[in-house]
Ligand binder design. Structure first.
Ligand SMILES: Nc1ncnc2c1ncn2[C@@H]1O[C@H](COP(=O)(O)OP(=O)(O)OP(=O)(O)O)[C@@H](O)[C@H]1O
Ligand SMILES: [Mg+2]
Length: 282
């Protein structure tokens, strides 16, 4: 069964999508795992990074996105073709095969609202936070890892991701506003897990966009390490211009070309840490 991990933070722009895509590519590339990325964000950033805008438009028009999965569930289910919606071989990096994507859609915005007023069914058997878990159950054995890129909120859609996850990773920028609220998010996730008698493990905080020359970044990093409510990954991802380039869907041969040498090494090391924590419990 796949290890399912969500990438979350209430704060926008801290690197959730970048972390999801980079770690997924490292897992599928150098670490040779079979990986599925699930894009739960109506902003569709991970989707566009991994398949490009043109291919996404066709997929969206064909009704083969996570938004259509939710819509189908809301209308009783049974018509959504999950196997056609999951696209194999995405990312456009020659040396990486084994990376698949369940794309998102802008239409997820409206569906989010409908989910909160979904009829609960007889004996409250239908729960809107269980939709994704139930839908993906039949394909989980086909992957070693599922990474879920979540929107910057802790709403019903993010909870769908967390519900099927054994743990979560939280990217943050080491500044005051970005690290503010981390304990509250962790508490909320713990309470959510408790409601289902499951543990959703805080795998760790990823310090991202770190600037070594910044006094604020260094002070905040220090404060995080001293009093973090969650483990912090040893690997720190520096701020780098290469990351903006990597967001563009442009076929390349290697991950080093895609991310640039320094960022490649950071994400490879971070991925090794995540693997270690999840597959070996270390
Ligand atoms: N290490 C980095 N160095 C430089 N730029 C970065 C780095 N990580 C992310 N970025 C850039 O910062 C922006 C936000 O990153 P990203 O989209 O990954 O954040 P996010 O948390 O997913 O945002 P949202 O909350 O909107 O989903 C993007 O333009 C991305 O290219
Ligand atoms: Mg994002």
């Amino acid at each position: 069964m796949a290890a399912v991990v969500s990438v979350i933070n209430l704060k926008g722009g801290v690197g959730k999508t970048t972390t999801t895509v980079a770690v997924a590519q490292m897992l599928a590339g150098p670490f040779g795992r079979r990986v599925l990325v699930v894009d739960l964000d109506p902003q569709t950033n991970a989707t566009v990074m991994l398949m490009g805008e043109r291919a996404w438009a066709a997929q969206n028009a064909a009704g083969l996105t996570v938004a259509h999965l939710f819509r189908d569930a809301l209308s009783g289910g049974g018509r959504f073709d999950l196997r056609r919606a999951i696209l194999p071989g995405v990312g456009g990096v020659g040396e990486v095969d084994g990376l698949a994507l369940l794309p998102s859609s802008l239409e997820l915005i409206e569906i989010q609202e409908q989910l909160s007023s979904m009829p609960r069914g007889e004996f409250y058997a239908a729960n809107p936070v269980e939709i994704l878990r139930h839908a993906l159950q039949p394909v989980l054995h086909e992957f070693d890892w599922v990474l879920v890129d979540c929107p910057p909120s802790l709403g019903i859609v993010t909870f769908n991701g967390l519900r099927m996850s054994r743990g979560y990773v939280m990217p943050t920028i080491p500044d005051v506003l970005s690290t503010y609220g981390v304990p509250q998010i962790m508490r909320r996730v713990r309470m959510f897990g408790d409601a289902f008698d499951t543990r959703i493990e805080p795998l760790g905080i990823v310090v991202n966009k770190y600037r070594a020359q910044s006094t604020v970044h260094n002070a905040q990093l220090h404060a995080l390490v001293a009093a973090s409510p969650a483990p912090i990954f040893r690997t720190i991802v520096p701020e780098s211009n290469d990351v903006a380039g990597a967001a563009e869907f442009r076929p390349v041969s290697t991950l080093r070309q895609k991310w640039g040498a320094r960022t490649y090494e950071a994400y490879r090391d971070l991925t090794a840490e995540i693997l270690q924590r999840v597959e070996y419990g270390a």
